[in-house]
Design a protein around this ligand. Structure first.
Ligand SMILES: Cc1ncc(COP(=O)(O)O)c(C=O)c1O
Length: 476
């Protein structure tokens, strides 16, 4: 593409994005796209074009195929899954990163990429209230960060077995501890890191769905007595289903005593730590070995940007350092080479998304958003608590409210059908979007509050449609 053609097209694309965001602000789009499975694929040609197509026809396809074919995560009445960062400042950072077309392989391959990342991770460390004992690196996702944590834990426990026989040379199995409420990425990481599902213990939770530290202690002792080697515990600050908070302090005490690696998955909840009053929720975090906080969830930064902090980066380097001759430079002893702190070699300039966000928005606005969203979730929780026929299933420490509408004549599977019915009807209406989920074998509806545009009036409008829809379904 010629530069002038790029300039014209880029302006047109930005104009289209602005129009899209205006439509979202005006609440003028159905939150869930009206698309049937296979419909978009059928509208695309079966094979790639041999000859260039003009930009006008390509851009012409944007509306019908792309803008109308995606879930509108930034819609103010999107209450599904979790808040996903889509701040416009971070969009600019992403565009610049891609526009540079470079790759971070070593400090020398892109000095600003490395140094801005180091400074951003230090800014974020301060903003999250973490001490200077932590060093940070940006990973693509929390899933990768948790895999990296388990790889480092595995290597620390085995005296760096990867340099010799690997796990296959180990006499006793290594064990990972977490709860049934942990994100699925923990099980995936344990499988990928070679622990095996049989060696992942599901530690019992209390009535708030938080890990019981005494149960962790008992599991560790039982495993040691059976000749196994306790290796890592993953605690969650803000579980995906209900935002339950594992007691990090009590878990850290067990982990410290037993020399077990403690990884804190604060992918969602970590953003709340921007506001000092929420830091009590991860009290004890300073005693962990690693932490992940997704800037790309509730912090306005566009996917992908996971903040991964470790107490001792040497573990990362010992496990993941590669030093082929073509990557060596004269300054390697003076600089950080982030390829040694994660799995991929080539790195994007993700720090630009944080840099643009923090500079254009400022930390105070990010804190204000956390407080607004938690306040809105608490407001909804109060409405649910006060309404006949409705029940809240879990505490609301952050921004997610877990609800059930229970008509007096429904129980068991009939109640499940009712829950899925009213939730699907709201989603199909396009007015709002919610995700149903399962807790203790029963379906319920998660209301995840907190897109950038979601205000109290949106939560109130959601609550109104929840009541009318659920009651209509109950009568049907
Ligand atoms: C607690 C928790 N951990 C991990 C993840 C996975 O995040 P990612 O998509 O960045 O891998 C999620 C995403 O929902 C989450 O809620």
């Amino acid at each position: 593409m010629e530069l002038e053609e790029f300039r014209r097209a880029a302006h047109a694309v930005i104009d289209r994005i602005v129009k899209y965001r205006q439509d979202l602000e005006a609440r003028a789009l159905p939150v869930q796209p009206r698309v049937e499975p296979g419909e978009i694929a059928r509208a695309l040609p079966l094979a790639a074009p041999e000859a260039p197509e003009g930009l006008p026809s390509i851009l012409g396809d944007l509306d019908s195929l792309i803008f109308d074919g995606v879930m509108h995560w930034q819609h103010p009445r999107f209450f599904g899954y979790f808040p996903s960062g889509g701040g416009l400042a971070s969009v600019l950072g992403d565009i610049i990163s891609t526009g540079l077309g470079g790759v971070g392989l070593s400090w020398q391959s892109s000095p600003a990429l490395t140094e801005v990342e180091t400074v951003m991770m230090s800014w974020m460390r301060e903003l999250l209230g973490l001490s200077s004992a932590w060093s940070g690196v940006i990973q693509d996702t929390a899933s990768t960060a948790t895999l990296v944590a388990l790889l480092c834990a595995r290597e620390r426990t085995t005296g760096y077995s990867a340099a010799h026989g690997g796990l296959q040379g180990e006499a006793a199995p290594l064990v990972v501890y977490t709860t049934s409420e942990a994100h699925s990425s923990v099980l995936k990481a344990a499988a990928l890191a070679g622990f095996g599902r049989d060696n992942v213990r599901t530690v019992e939770t209390d009535e708030l769905l938080a890990m019981r530290a005494e149960a962790l202690d008992e599991h560790i002792r039982a495993d040691r007595a059976a000749g196994r080697r306790p290796c890592a515990v993953v605690a969650t600050v803000g579980t995906t289903n209900t935002t339950a908070i594992d007691p990090v302090q009590a878990i850290a005490e067990v982990a410290g005593r037993e020399n077990v690696w403690l990884h804190v998955d604060a992918a969602l909840g970590g953003a709340a730590m921007l506001a000092p009053e929420y830091r009590v929720l991860w009290q004890g975090v300073e005693q962990a070995d690693s932490i992940v906080v997704n800037a790309h969830k509730w912090m306005s930064v566009a996917l992908d940007c996971s903040l991964y902090y470790v107490r001792d980066p040497e573990h990362l380097v010992r496990v993941m350092s590669t030093n082929p001759s073509y990557l060596r430079t004269d300054v390697d002893t003076e600089v950080v080479n982030y390829r040694d702190w994660g799995i991929p070699l080539g790195r994007r300039f993700r720090a630009l998304k944080l840099w643009l966000t923090l500079r254009t928005v400022g930390a105070e606005a990010l804190r204000a958003r956390i407080r607004r969203d938690c306040g809105n979730a608490r407001w909804l929780a109060d409405q649910v608590d006060a309404a006949a026929g409705w029940r809240r299933l879990a505490p609301v420490p952050l921004q997610t409210v877990c609800v059930l509408h229970e008509p007096s004549d429904r129980g068991g599977e009939a109640l499940d059908r009712h829950t899925l019915d009213w939730c699907r009807r709201i989603n199909a209406s396009g007015f709002a979007y919610l995700t149903p989920s399962v807790l203790a074998g029963r379906w319920f509806v998660r209301v995840s509050v907190g897109t950038e545009l979601t205000e109290r009036e949106d939560v109130a409008a959601l609550w109104a449609i929840m009541r009318t829809t659920a009651e209509e379904c109950a009568r049907a």
